[in-house]
Each structure stands twice: as C-alpha cells, then as structure tokens.
Design a protein around this ligand. Structure first.
Ligand code: BGC
Length: 621
C-alpha cells in the first residue's frame, strides 16, 4: 500500500472511530423504526395475576434451570418454573435434529399445563448466528462479519429469519444479540461483537433486536431478544480472566464511568429503545465488583435511569462467582436487581434459598414482585398467557427451516461481510474461465471451521458440522466454467501448473474463554500451505477464516490478494461471489488490524497506533 493511500484510509478511519454519538453516515440504516408497545402497558393483567400467586409460584418464575441438569422434569410443575434453557451443549436426548428439538420443547412445555395457574415457560437458547444448535439450520456469519457489512437492514432481516427458524422448534427466546464492544482481540469472544466501535454496535444491535422481536412480541413469529453481556464484557483487562493469568474472559474491566458509558453502554441505549425484552448481565466485573452483584448498574442505571421495563436474566451460573456462600449470593444478586437466574445443577437449592431469604426478611417482597412483574409483562406481551393460543410448537414453520430462501439471505450477508485487505496484480476477481485453480488450506473444505464456535456444539467443531451448507471448495467448483479444473490439497502441495491458487486458512472453532489467546499469529500449518502454493510460482489468493484479526506477518507479502472472510457460516458461495467478481466487495473492517502483538490491544478511538489496516479499511475492485 502506498503512503498516500495509507493516509487517506487513516482519515476515513478517524472519521469512524471518533464518531461516538454522532450521525452515522457510514452505516446503512434499516427502514424507520416502528413504535414498540411498552411492556408496562401489560401491567393491569400482570397485577391481577400477581395477586393470585403464592410466594412459591413467584420464586419459580424467577428460576431458569439448564435442561442438562434438570434430572426430573416434574420440577417444572412442582417448583412452578418460569423458564428453561439449553446452554451451549444441552441438546435433546435424541440428538440435534429439528424434530428432536421440537419434541423436546413441546414435552417440557406440556408440564406447565399441570400447574395451578398454567403459566407457560419461556425456553431460551443461544441462537447467535441462526438457530445454531439445530442440524440443518442456516448459519449466518458471526457478528464480527456482520459488523463489516455496516448494513442494518440486512442484520434486521437476519434476525427475522433466525426468529422464524427458532420458532419452528417452538422456542421463543434467543440469548442475542451480543452488543459487546470488544477492546482486546486476544479475547475469545471478540467475534460475538459487531465492532470495537460503539457507533457500529449500537446501530446493528438495534437492528438485530427489531429483526428478532419483529417490533411486536405478540407476533407468533417473533422471538424474545436478549442484549448481552451487560456491561463492559469486552472491556476486561488482559490477565484478569477466570481462566488463568493470560486470559480476559469473565475478568475485570478497569475503566472509569465515562468510558463505561461512552464505549460499553451504547448498544443498550438503542436495544432498549427497540424494546428488547431481556438483558443479560455479564460474568465480568467492573472495577472489582461482579456485574451480577452490581445494584448501581442493574437497578439504578438500567431500570431507573434508562427505563428498561423487561427483565434481567443472569448468565450461566454467574451468581456462583459473587462470593463463597451460595445463599448469600442469591440474596446479593436478587437485591441488586437480577430478575431471573440461569442455573445448571442447583435450581432446587436456589428456590429453597430464595424462599428462606424472603421469609427471613433479607429479600423484600417488593423486590420479588418487581422481578415477577417484569417476567410476566414479557409473557403477556408474547401472548403466552393467551388461552386461545397454543404454546406448543407450530410445526408448519418447519417448511421454511434451512430453506433456500433463508440461505440466500445468509449468502448475501457473507458477500457483504468480506473485507479485501490486499489485491496485488489484480489477482481478484478470479476468472471463471481459468484453466486450473488449485485450492488449498485446512479450511477450504471444512464447514466446521467456516462456521466457528456456537455451531451445533458450544465450542463448534472442525469438519462436517451440519448438513445443507456449502464449503468454499464446493463453492469454487460450482462457480467456475465447465472447462476449469479445480484441484485441492490441504497442505498446498501439487499446485504447480495451476493458473492460480486459493488458500483458505485461519482459526479452528472455539467459544468464550477457550478462545482467549496470547499470540494471534497464523498457525504454522497455514503459513506452510500458503508458502507451498507460492512456491509453485502462481498468483496466490488467501482467504482467512477467523474470529478476529490475526497477525499476518509474511503471509500478507506472500499473497497476491488477501481477503478476511471472518466466520461466514454455512453459505460459502457468498465468498465465491466476491472472489469471482459476481459481487463487488463492500465490506469494511469493524476492528483495527494490528501489525504485531505489540500493538494489541488497539482500543476504541485509538487513532495513534500505526496499525496494519485501520478500522473502516476495505478495498474495492
Ligand atoms: C454465555 C452466554 C450464554 C449462556 C447460555 C454462557 O456461558 O456467557 O453468552 O447465553 O452461557 O448458554
């Protein structure tokens, strides 16, 4: 890149990174937002129901066990449970098929019909990039890729499709969108964030909520959204994570309140405006105090100052991290403003402890009533209390599950998310008439690597992960002309004689703290694959699949063209749409791309560090 170009790009980046709170001309907006009915408008019905409830029934509403640890499903009626979830690996016993998920949901929901008041459960899952636990669901790019599209209308459409696929299994609640603003790409959850720029996060987070909730929770195709992880989950300092000395996940954000608000709160302002029904406090701490225990942030800021009318759901066993005594943790979190608690394994203990705390006067009844009011508002708003409406899955929705129409939108998202970092010798676009294309790299024919974490398994898995998708190798084969020969070797050997090489490399799947890394250099295996193709003396196009910018080192010099494709999901043809010039690249970096580990972290608003590619960068051709 020449100097002039570099400085032009840097100006563009400055415009993006300092625009906190300013008009967002670089983002394409969705249609003017529809007005959402306030949740408190359901208070008359809620009040009437609350008046009939016993303390046990109220505490049950506040309890959300993970099904993997719900040994006895009659706990649903015996403890009056308000909600269930499937955490990352909590699958139906019969496996991950669409039918297995739907049957499981229906079975659990039927238990609520045996309770005196018949209040249905809300069932929650991590539908983070599509209904990603279910085989055959369309898997969209992870948020980091969507951030590069800057396309709010598209993100809203993705939310809508995700909601439809989630509803096809009966489930009504997605723990999404993640509106984190990651500050340090060593964090394993960087890809869950749209951007390190809150100006991007706030617009796309709002769009995602509007898509999932359809601006009307009573719509049977809407799912309840959950903005997470409140607050500053992406602001933790390196070395403070719960996974050991080189980790960040679930750690401590050592920042002042101005930064907390300007950087990390932005996505909540807009998602609340869009009517988000739930918010999940983070595992992490702010200046030493766990979010699950932070009354100022949960009650004073979120509920009082920002007027959030929905309910707050804890993260998975997060309250266990407050202190050593479980009962004390229960009291601290509920008094701080937690409305529902996500629990794997000790839900009976939670119920017992919370009942005791109320009877001992340590948790006031007014707090319980506030929590249950918030939960019931959402249930009324969603039509769960409507006696004429079945709460079992609407199996007619299964006809569009993983459909070509849904896949087409994912393909659109993939092609808009690609960021072209380098295009030397006009290596791109590739001619579909090329005599022979040699495809290489461990991720070229690997749908699991393409989808990343949170795909079927919590940690994702390398290799064949879900049916119905298209790998990049398969996409290349279907894009080229009849006369073009496509050869493949994962290690890049045998490329001699080809017209050009396409090498697909990057990270293997991971989720959460398992992805915390000190060193973000490319794997040796990837460096070798690129070098092997280069040695054949042909132009080399590198496609990087990763959950964050990686340190490219000499691989960037070796490549004629270099494309960041993030974690695109099942629709590999979105990648080839750009590679073969059927779609002109539009993607812009949503994170700054450092030259070396010495430059990490590049924090929001940092325009001084001389990074390799600034936030906002992306070539066109
Ligand atoms: C994650 C959340 C997720 C929850 C439920 C936790 O480990 O931090 O993002 O929603 O699990 O699966």
């Amino acid at each position: 890149m020449n100097l002039k170009m570099n400085s032009l790009l840097r100006c563009a980046c400055t415009a993006v990174t300092i625009c906190l709170g300013l008009p967002l001309s670089h983002l394409s907006a969705a249609a003017p937002p529809a007005k959402v009915k306030p949740l408190s408008s359901y208070d008359p019905q809620v009040k009437a129901l609350l008046a009939k409830m016993t303390l046990e029934e109220k505490v049950g509403q506040m309890t959300q066990p993970d099904i993997s640890a719900l040994q006895d499903p009659t706990d649903i009626e015996n403890l009056f449970l308000g909600s269930l979830l499937s955490g990352g690996n909590a699958d139906p016993k019969e496996g991950n098929s669409l039918d297995a998920w739907t049957n499981m949901y229906d079975e659990y929901q039927k238990h609520t019909q045996k309770t005196r008041l018949g209040i249905p459960i809300l069932y929650g899952v991590d539908a983070l990039h599509g209904h990603n636990n279910v085989l055959g669901a369309v898997i969209f790019p992870h948020n980091i890729g969507l951030g590069c599209t800057r396309n709010a209308a598209l993100v809203e459409k993705i939310g809508k499709i995700t909601a439809e696929e989630v509803r096809a299994t009966g489930i009504q609640w997605a723990f999404a969108p993640c509106v984190t603003v990651p500050q340090d790409i060593r964090w394993g959850r960087s890809y869950e964030g749209f951007s390190s720029d809150p100006a991007i996060v706030k617009v796309l987070g709002e769009a995602a909520v509007r898509g999932l909730q359809l601006n009307d929770l009573s719509n049977p195709l809407a799912v309840l959204a959950c903005a997470k992880h409140y607050l500053a989950d992406g602001g933790t300092s390196f070395g403070t994570g719960t996974g050991g000395k080189n980790t960040l996940d679930q750690g401590n954000s050592e920042i002042d309140e101005a930064t907390l608000r300007q950087v990390h709160l932005q996505g909540y302002l807009t998602t609340i405006k869009a009517g988000v029904g739930t918010i999940m406090p983070s595992y992490s701490s702010w200046n030493g105090l766990k979010m699950s225990a932070n009354k100022y942030l949960m009650t004073d800021v979120l509920k009082k100052e920002l007027g959030f009318e929905g309910f707050v759901i804890s993260d998975y066993n997060a309250i266990d991290q407050i202190g050593k005594d479980y009962k004390e943790n229960v009291g601290i979190t509920i008094n701080a403003g937690m409305d529902m608690v996500m629990i794997a394994g000790r839900h009976r203990e939670f119920v017992k402890d919370l009942l005791a705390l109320v009877k001992e006067g340590k948790v006031p009844m007014s707090r319980i009533d506030d929590a249950v009011t918030r939960i019931l508002r959402v249930k009324f708003a969603m039509g769960l209390m409507d006696k004429d409406r079945s709460q079992l899955a609407d199996r007619k929705l299964q006809s569009s599950f993983g459909s070509p129409a849904h896949r087409a939108v994912a393909r659109e998202a993939v092609r808009e998310s690609l960021v072209v970092l380098k295009n030397g010798n006009q290596a791109l676009p590739i001619s579909k008439q090329a005599a022979r294309i040699h495809v290489a790299g461990k991720s070229a024919d690997n749908l699991g690597n393409q989808c990343g974490g949170w795909t079927i398994d919590w940690q994702g898995k390398t290799g064949e992960v879900t049916p119905g998708g298209t790998t990049i190798l398969a996409s290349i084969k279907s894009a080229v002309s009849k006369g073009t020969k496509v050869t493949f070797s994962a290690d890049g050997t045998g490329a001699e004689g080809a017209t050009l090489g396409v090498v697909v490399v990057g990270e293997k799947p991971y989720a959460e703290g398992f992805g915390d890394r000190t060193n973000l250099a490319l794997d040796q295996e990837d460096i070798n694959a690129i070098a092997n193709v280069k040695q054949a003396g042909i132009p080399v196009v590198v496609v990087l699949l990763s959950g964050r910018p990686l340190i490219l080192g000499d691989a960037l010099n070796q490549a004629d063209a270099f494309v960041a494709a993030w974690l695109p999901g099942t629709e590999g043809q979105g990648v080839t749409d750009v590679l073969f010039g059927d779609f002109k690249p539009v993607g812009k970096l949503s994170f700054a791309w450092p030259k070396s580990m010495d430059q990490v972290p590049v924090r929001t608003g940092d325009t001084k560090t001389d990074v390799l590619f600034p936030l906002g960068y992306g070539l066109k051709f």
